[in-house]
Design a protein around this ligand. Structure first.
Ligand code: PRT
Ligand code: ZN
Length: 292
């Protein structure tokens, strides 16, 4: 029996799917301590007054709206398709995908107007409906519950509107990318009922602080290297560190160690120039948390 009234924060996470591992990983990086969760319906965190509920992703927004769960992690596409009364607290930077119009090679779709009068198969009728009406297009929406990509081959629809991430599924089904209808990523949502429980509200504030520090840390790397004193100024100009870089003396007095926090995206651009400037022993380390 689930201990519903133990006062713990209830966090809903997808039971088995694309968001499960990353959601649990994020909560663990926040120090919750969630272990051996496979095939469990719920589990208590070992280091935080929270219980994790494992649910189908489509059910999470309503559970959060009704206050059965206080927080939930779910794709924005799911929240937008079926509007619910929840607060979107934070976009989480994983589960990124696009809902796109895609069409068979044989069809000519040059602009959005070419969709007029077409049959469009989708599992996202409301997101698609809004996109069509915003663009003043009249088309027929065919709602289907899965395997949308085979609808044109089966003759059920002319084009489709579905989630695309790598694009491999489209290629396999000889479909081309058309227009982006909606861009989505996993998001943390909160129940409006939280405002009546100050203890839980405080827990959410604490957890959000931790989540934001994990997200910021993911965007950064810790760079360590040895630099000849003669090229120190040149090297420092290359690394716009979040704060002034740390310079440490070494036994070899002609060289110093330089440590700096650098944006993840920038690291790969700067490695070769750093080597050319004489940097050696370059180490790039992940950062788990960055406390503002
Ligand atoms: O069982 P449950 O209902 O919980 O899971 P589900 O099957 O409904 O969802 P799941 O696990 O497939 O996806 C969960 C969430 O992950 C989605 O709501 C999106 O927010 C996000 N996400 C990210 C994706 C994808 N990427 C994705 N590629 N959801 C689905 N896909 C599917 C897409 O429908 C298509 O069939 O993958 C296929 C395309 O992938 P590519 O890589 O070939 O383009
Ligand atoms: Zn689902």
């Amino acid at each position: 029996m689930f201990p519903l009234n133990n006062g713990n924060l209830k966090i809903a996470v997808q039971k088995k799917g694309r968001l499960t591992e990353k959601s649990v990983e994020l909560l663990n990086l926040c120090g919750l301590g969630i272990d051996n969760y496979t095939d469990r319906l719920y589990i208590s965190a070992s280091n935080f007054p929270a219980d994790i509920l494992f649910l189908r992703d489509d059910d999470i927004p309503e559970y959060v709206q009704d206050g059965v769960a206080d927080l939930g992690i779910v794709g924005e596409n799911v929240i937008i398709e079926k509007p619910v009364m929840i607060d979107l607290k934070e976009k989480l930077g994983f589960g990124k995908c696009k809902i796109m119009i895609a069409y068979p090679d044989s069809l000519e779709i040059n602009n959005i107007q070419s969709l007029a009068g077409k049959k469009i198969a989708t599992t996202y009728p409301s997101i698609l409906g809004r996109f069509l009406s915003e663009n003043g297009i009249e088309a027929r929406i065919i709602e289907i519950s899965g395997s949308v990509e085979i609808a044109p081959a089966l003759g059920i629809a002319d084009v489709i509107c579905d989630i695309v991430s790598t694009g491999n599924t489209l290629k396999l089904n000889k479909l081309k990318r058309g227009f982006t209808v909606f861009e989505s990523e996993a998001a943390l949502i909160a129940s409006p009922a939280l405002k009546d429980n100050s203890f839980k509200e405080q827990l959410v504030t604490d957890l959000l602080k931790r989540i934001r520090s994990v997200i910021t840390a993911r965007k950064s790397k810790y760079l360590m290297m040895n630099v000849p004193k003669a090229s120190l100024e040149e090297v420092i100009r290359m690394i716009p560190a979040s704060k002034s870089p740390t310079i440490l003396p070494l036994f070899d007095e002609s060289t110093v160690a330089v440590h700096a926090v650098v944006s993840s995206g920038y690291i790969w651009e700067v490695l070769d120039p750093l080597k050319k400037a004489g940097a050696t022993g370059i180490l790039v380390l992940p950062i788990e948390n960055m406390i503002p």
